[in-house]
Design a protein around this ligand. Sequence first.
Ligand SMILES: NC(=O)c1ccc[n+]([C@@H]2O[C@H](COP(=O)([O-])OP(=O)(O)OC[C@H]3O[C@@H](n4cnc5c(N)ncnc54)[C@H](O)[C@@H]3O)[C@@H](O)[C@H]2O)c1
Length: 345
Amino acid sequence: MSIGVGIIGTGNISRAHAKGYQQSGQARIVAVCDIDLARAQTAAAEWGVDRVFTDYRDLLALPEIEAVSVCTWNQAHCAPTVAALQAGKHVLVEKPMAATTAEAWQMVLAARQTDRIMMVDMKWRFMPELLAGRLAVAEGRLGQVYFAEALGWQHRGIPGGSFIRQDTAGGGALMDNGVYTLDAVLFMLGHPKPLTVSGSARAHMGTRPGGSWRPEDFTVEDFGTAYVRLEGGITLFFAHAWAIDFSDQWQMRLAGTHGSFEIYPFSSPKLRMTVGGYGDLQEVTPPLVEGSMEVPYAVGKFVEAVITGAPSPVPGDTFLYTNVIFDGLYESSQTGAEVAVRLPG
Ligand SMILES: NC(=O)c1ccc[n+]([C@@H]2O[C@H](COP(=O)([O-])OP(=O)(O)OC[C@H]3O[C@@H](n4cnc5c(N)ncnc54)[C@H](O)[C@@H]3O)[C@@H](O)[C@H]2O)c1
């Protein structure tokens, strides 16, 4: 069986989606769309596609399309996703899910109402170490987990392009790359509800000269920190910087009453787990399932779900917890006070 797919937004990441569809052996790219016609034409030529559009509504009108990838910038995730679901298509939407919680919630409601799959392309959800962490928490191997840390320090990682503008990206370092570690710890914890957020989001580097972008175009944060209270008495420290004068370090760590779980996705060793009590703590090696943290692998999971009718591998109703935290963090940054947050619905 082979499904017809459309790709909306033909920038950088769309290449990894195309690769995933091609590698799956169960999908064919039928049409592409970008508001920038030249970009859409280049992608179409690369992938051997002859239907090219600049308005996603024209692409969605094609009956041979069963599923779409939404690879537009963050501020343009919601509208094509909702329109695609309403046109009866399944959707794989890029991370972060949306620019705001209100938009993320519209997307969740559209998926529920249309009974279509909406999957967020959070490629880390298929990282073997992350899956092992989630299992360890669910089995109670860490005891009662009381603290989580989601950190990403990039030394020189300001991406430029559509990522540094509020009107296209909707947020900076936190939403772009912070979303990986934030979603990862929430996933491992089994999605406890966020209750309050106290945070700060600032631009310290992007607004100065020295990079390949124009500082006057830089309208998002390049650095942010937050203290988040989660249900169950868990506290979470979350921070991300696109550029800070530390060495590169990303980490997701959980501490419990009977052990801990640490993931360093770009270091070796990648994983450290301990179990035991105050006096008999020992390092253990959890079994790892097969997986990958690459986009084509996640695309393969989407195709599989569409074909088998399985539930969304990365559903929006819990992924939007990240948006709830971002909204609270940005508000807290502006007011200088802790913000009480609530999940929509
Ligand atoms: N999962 C990953 O590993 C990963 C990596 C990079 C980027 N991303 C995400 O993918 C998205 C796109 O990133 P990118 O690097 O490809 O950005 P990009 O700026 O290279 O491409 C975005 C494209 O979307 C097009 N576009 C914008 N609005 C549109 C609309 N309404 N209809 C059709 N096309 C539209 C733009 O013209 C542009 O070509 C972002 O949300 C980003 O966070 C994910």
